[in-house]
Design a protein around this ligand. Sequence first.
Ligand code: C2E
Ligand code: CA
Ligand code: CA
Ligand code: CA
Length: 281
Amino acid sequence: AKDNGRDNYQYFTPSMNASMLERLQLEQHLRSAVLHQEFCLHYQPIVSMETGQITSVEALIRWNDPEYGWVSPEKFIPIAENNGLIEPIGEWVLEQALKDLSHWHAKGIKLDMAINVSSRQCINVSGVRFDTLLADAIKRHGIAAERLHIEITESMLLDDSPHCLEVLNSIRQLGVTIHMDDFGTGFSSLSYLRKFPISVIKIDKSFVDNALVNEADASLVRAIVMMGKSLDLQLVAEGIETRAQWILLKSMGCDFGQGYLLSRPLPAKSLTPILAQGETF
Ligand code: C2E
Ligand code: CA
Ligand code: CA
Ligand code: CA
């Protein structure tokens, strides 16, 4: 792969800047990572604010490149979304996550699993629709569809194609619930919450942070929670780092919390004893 890389460089013009080169190199490493399955998943608990119990975990991808070390998904997921690698990566995530979930279920641990899905996966080019992939994976791993949650961002809903709505409706029909990630950060229109089969809103960390800092943002979060409730949606507060944030969001009526205060994302192996103990927060 290294030799190929050098061959390719002759096509670069001097005007290409360093960041572009860096990106192309990263892309090449990413291709090799897909080939050699250099990814792993970490899982972050989502805790019921009412009972303090872990009700689900969110699968978060991790990539350890032999040369770069750990590369943040914030960096490589957008690249993968652009060059199409998100499709094989997304399929790998789905497979691994369901494998780990079925192992936890086999141990008698009652748990739901949330998986992040990019819009590019929903409307994929390889010809297989994501709802078909999902239905097949759930069946193969013997998982009840109700235990699985798909996290999507507002950008997916911006895509006007009726195809996307069709895929999401079909996913919901399977029994899998759809969660709106990073709520409030995109160009969200409230009408999306009715048009698309959304069951849960995840309030973005920036709101969780700011709600404690100023009253205007606190009012905004309170309004989001009230609106969510009136639409019969559940609410998750993301990125809770302090006890004060937990108390505030709970008092506002949030149903679930997630963040470093409760737990960082952990490898399945490290999480198993915590889940098995039924630890409460
Ligand atoms: P996200 O879906 O919004 O995930 C939450 C991010 O916030 C995660 O970063 C998580 O580690 C981090 N986080 C959780 N609690 C706290 C906290 O209390 N404080 C702070 N500062 N951060 C917290 P991570 O794992 O680096 O993932 C970044 C983003 O990459 C994700 O944001 C998601 O958009 C994307 N991503 C991760 N895994 C996947 C995947 O399997 N597929 C796709 N399509 N995207 C993924
Ligand atoms: Ca997420
Ligand atoms: Ca999020
Ligand atoms: Ca995010």
